[in-house]
Design a protein around this ligand. Structure first.
Ligand SMILES: [Zn+2]
Length: 467
């Protein structure tokens, strides 16, 4: 089990068996998954075929987020679920959450509904929410060997934009709901399902969902967010900051000698930006050794990455400005009072200011940082009953459970911080394949995930855990 399994798992897993009747239900639902294999693959392919590209990534007018939500609504209504579709109200969210993680100024939701649905049967047990996002990143990059929204099946995999991030997780959730019905099993508690828009560009759809759960006093005891974890059980995700570092220079002919800048000479903004980037890399080395930047459930310490550089205006001039887009990771232990990355933002600002002090030009013309996004982090204790339930469920269907954190941001923070819902992130497919050309999901992993979700629902709602 490697770095993050071992002792942790030993601590959590004890030698107990689930009750016989519960295991009978698990076997029945897993048999249903096997016999409805083709229908389950069809659900996944149908979701991928909707080009529900987040408008932030799409030049084309009209993303298919709404059509995708309508498909899900029809699927659930056919199972007699109570389905609500609503467009988040940016003004209302502005009033309540401005400056907090998940709130993105200027975002709009016309024709972009969220969906929240409730199962028709309600038992006396716990409640669970299965949640994910319908939006995907764009697919205009070259190199796709099959059209990104065709959902082609080849060599035991389904190909297409969103196959792992995260039509796979959503389809597996719908599949688990379907399989329980086809197996005629009514779990003894309340099942909720939510699919949101706008995860790929800040997470305001989930903020609206969390706000609704809170506002309407809906009691949800635990949630699974189906982002791709390759079926590892993740009680943790990192926070992510996007920052724009603007470095100023002074343009001038690039092929001639210039006097000192004090005497009007040119200053190369690209050279100054490279210096700052080198210093940020030095800070990465410092972070790599700092316990503050490490977590036992994550393989790597937090890092500052340069995602994009823009500078210069002509082959014959020194650049008068250079813009560096940074992607900065942080941990839940570094959260500020709003739950966001304010502490880390200040750390970066202080560091850049200190570096600037060592350079006379930068001292006089300090670099500016504009923060573009703060996507919050998430954590619950690995021995939380929801985590233990997921581990038990995977074991019950003979999958080897592994607990580890997710290295990226996932929409789990505001469910916990705003609505008080504990979350485990668990879904099919590998995160490294997300946002790539030829994104694909293994069909056997997908079907295993359907079984895992159905078993988690059964175990959680019947309040069975090995504790
Ligand atoms: Zn995702």
């Amino acid at each position: 089990m490697g770095l993050w399994g071992g002792e942790l798992m030993k601590k959590i897993v004890e030698e107990k068996r689930p009750p016989k009747d519960l295991m009978r239900s698990v076997r029945t639902v897993c048999a249903a998954v096997d016999s409805y294999r083709d229908q389950l693959i069809d659900i996944l392919r149908a979701l991928i075929r909707f080009p529900s590209v987040n408008p932030v990534f799409s030049d084309s007018v009209g993303s298919a987020e709404q059509e995708c939500q309508n498909f899900i609504a029809d699927f659930l209504r056919n199972l007699n679920w109570n389905v609500e579709l609503w467009e988040p109200d940016p003004k209302d969210l502005n009033r309540k959450y401005l400056g907090m993680p998940g709130y993105v100024p200027g975002r709009t939701f016309e024709g972009r509904p969220n969906l929240l649905a409730k199962a028709p049967v309600k038992g006396a047990g716990r409640s669970i929410l299965l949640a994910g996002h319908v939006d995907v990143v764009g697919a205009n990059d070259s190199g796709w060997t099959c059209p990104p929204f065709e959902a082609r099946v080849q060599d035991g995999r389904v190909y297409g934009r969103g196959a792992v991030d995260m039509k796979g997780g959503l389809a597996a959730m719908l599949g688990a709901i379907g399989a329980l019905r086809w197996a005629e099993i009514a779990p003894p508690g309340e099942i909720w399902f939510a699919s949101v828009v706008d995860e790929e560009a800040g997470g305001m759809g989930t903020l609206a969902l969390a706000d609704k759960i809170k506002g309407e006093g809906i009691k949800i005891d635990g949630a699974i967010v189906g982002e791709p974890t390759n079926l590892t059980v993740a009680p943790l995700s990192r926070g992510i900051l996007w920052g724009e570092l603007l470095v100023k220079g002074r343009s001038g002919h690039i092929e001639v000698e210039h006097p000192h800048w004090n005497e009007g000479g040119a200053v190369d903004a690209i050279e100054k930006a490279l210096r700052l980037i080198a210093e940020l890399e030095y800070l990465n080395k410092e972070w790599a050794r700092s316990p503050r930047k490490k977590h036992r459930l994550l393989p790597r310490p937090c890092r500052i990455e340069v995602a994009k550089i823009e500078g210069g205006h002509s082959p014959t001039s020194f650049a008068d400005a250079c813009k560096v887009i940074l992607n900065i990771q942080y941990l839940p232990s570094e959260r500020d009072r709003t739950g966001g990355g304010g502490n880390v933002r200040h750390e970066i600002e202080d560091y850049v200011n200190k570096v600037a002090q060592m350079d006379p030009w930068l001292q006089k013309h300090p670099p500016e940082i504009k923060w573009l996004l703060d996507a919050d982090s998430y954590e619950i204790n690995p021995d939380h009953p929801l985590v233990v339930t997921c581990i038990d469920a995977l074991q019950a269907i003979s999958l080897d459970p592994v607990v580890r954190g997710v290295e990226t941001h996932v929409d789990a923070g505001c469910l916990k911080n705003v609505a008080g819902v504990p979350v485990v992130i668990l879904g099919p497919g590998e995160m490294r394949l997300a946002h790539q050309i030829n994104e694909s999901l293994s069909i056997s992993d997908y079907l295993n995930c359907v079984k895992a979700y159905a078993t988690i629902i059964l175990f959680w709602l019947s309040e069975y855990t090995q504790k």
